[in-house]
Design a protein around this ligand. Structure first.
Ligand SMILES: Nc1ncnc2c1ncn2[C@@H]1O[C@H](COP(=O)(O)OP(=O)(O)O)[C@@H](O)[C@H]1O
Ligand SMILES: [Mg+2]
Length: 385
């Protein structure tokens, strides 16, 4: 029987859709051996009856920080009773009670009663369990920047690290994690915390294109049926995700592109599927970036988009000369606007051989023009203020 290119309505392209969920913990953690080793080293004193050391994990979003911690914590749970790991998602839990509640649940195996307990009761519950099991505590405060916003970063660190003094248990290790590169979690610690918190900094650099490709190929093998995503398209997605410096963009693209093919009843993902999915994935980012621009910056962005679509010379100088005829900007304002667009991530200013720079759009010209329409036409992005 020949294999129909069309999918029956009860068929799917997804071998395992969960593989594309954000919470999925992959079996193979690629290219993070150094970080895993470093964390294992910091934890190792606790295996010998001592205390785990602390760390700050730092790197842009999507560089595998959360996944690496999950990997280490799973290894600990499988290998020893002497260390109890507790993973706290500070996006979700940022009050002291919520953070300790989360730790309690992981240390004791059940949630603290929803009412009637004070913070001290929760702490005592944690400590008595640690003492019973003669175990050391290792806490991961993931996305700890949310604790800083909530004003609970210093008090929580201080309490967790000093839990041992009052209660006669081993000192806890704390892994504080942030994706905000402007934030220095070490410097945010006040002097009382610094006297007990001596973290090793562990850096997570963005994955290269080849690394992104390998991670995505793995995911595709697990999540889609064979031959659903042709190799050149996987390459294209990897290139795109590497450009965005976020492997999650790639995972999302694979999922959305395969969904489009499936909805159309096709067995194969096409170029058009990837193009459409890429637009859907970048649209919110682009809109957010454009929302922060001034009217003059938007006008310049629209104009650059038009010029780039026409295939004109995109040397910065040539763009300025041509722009002068249409836009009321002098040279200084032009350069300021252009730098603002580069900073917002809408254009890249690429040095040219010889001299000068080339203005290159990061996104599709039509999408940039649409996102940078005059303010009364653009929808406002709610920002809670
Ligand atoms: N080295 C890796 N190997 C396999 N999958 C990875 C790797 N790094 C990241 N991922 C995947 O990319 C996504 C983002 O990773 P995550 O650990 O959440 O990044 P971060 O916490 O740094 O923002 C997750 O879906 C994760 O499974
Ligand atoms: Mg994370």
């Amino acid at each position: 029987m020949t294999h129909s290119p069309l999918l029956r309505s009860d068929q799917t392209l997804f071998r395992d859709p969960d593989v594309f969920e954000l919470t999925f913990v992959p079996e193979h953690l690629h290219h993070r051996d150094a970080q895993v080793k470093e964390l294992a080293f910091l934890i190792s004193p606790a295996l010998r009856g001592g205390s785990a050391l602390s760390a700050i994990l730092r790197g842009p979003p999507g560089t595998g920080k959360t996944t690496t911690v999950h990997r280490i914590f799973t290894m600990i749970r499988e290998e020893t009773q002497r260390i109890i790991p507790a993973y706290v998602n500070c996006r979700q839990d940022h009050t002291p009670l919520a953070v300790y509640g989360s730790i309690f649940k992981q240390v004791c195996g059940y949630a603290p009663p929803p009412t009637g307990w004070h913070l001290d009761d929760v702490k005592e519950g944690i400590v008595s369990r640690l003492r019973d099991r003669n175990a050391a505590l290792v806490v991961c405060l993931d996305d700890a920047d949310d604790l800083i916003v909530a004003g609970t970063y210093n008090p929580l660190l201080y309490q967790i690290l000093r839990l041992y003094e009052k209660w006669d248990v081993r000192k806890a290790g704390v892994f504080a994690v942030t994706s905000d590169l402007d934030l220095n979690l070490g410097a945010e610690a006040d002097s009382s915390v610094r006297s007990v918190f001596h973290p090793t900094e562990i850096t997570f650099l963005p994955y290269t294109k080849a690394e992104v490709r390998e991670i995505l190929a793995d995911r595709v093998r697990q999540g889609l049926y064979p031959r659903v995503l042709p190799k050149p398209l996987l390459d294209r997605i990897a290139r795109f995700a590497a450009g965005e410096q976020d492997v999650r963009v790639g995972i999302d693209l694979v999922r959305q592109a395969a969904h489009r093919a499936e909805k159309d009843g096709r067995r194969r993902v096409t170029h058009a599927d990837v193009t459409a999915a890429a637009r859907a994935v970048t649209a919110p980012a682009l809109r957010n970036r454009a929302a922060g621009l001034s009217a003059g910056e938007r006008a310049l962005a629209r104009w650059i988009a038009e010029r780039s679509r026409d295939g004109a010379d995109m040397a910065s100088g040539a763009v300025f000369e041509a722009a002068q005829e249409y836009l009321p900007v002098g040279k200084t304002a032009y350069h300021e606007h252009l730098n603002a667009l580069a900073k917002a991530g809408i254009v890249d200013l690429v040095p040219r051989t010889g001299r000068g720079r080339e203005v290159r759009l990061r996104y599709d010209a039509g999408d940039v023009a649409a996102a940078c329409r005059s303010p009364d036409q653009t929808c406002k992005i709610p920002n809670g203020s």
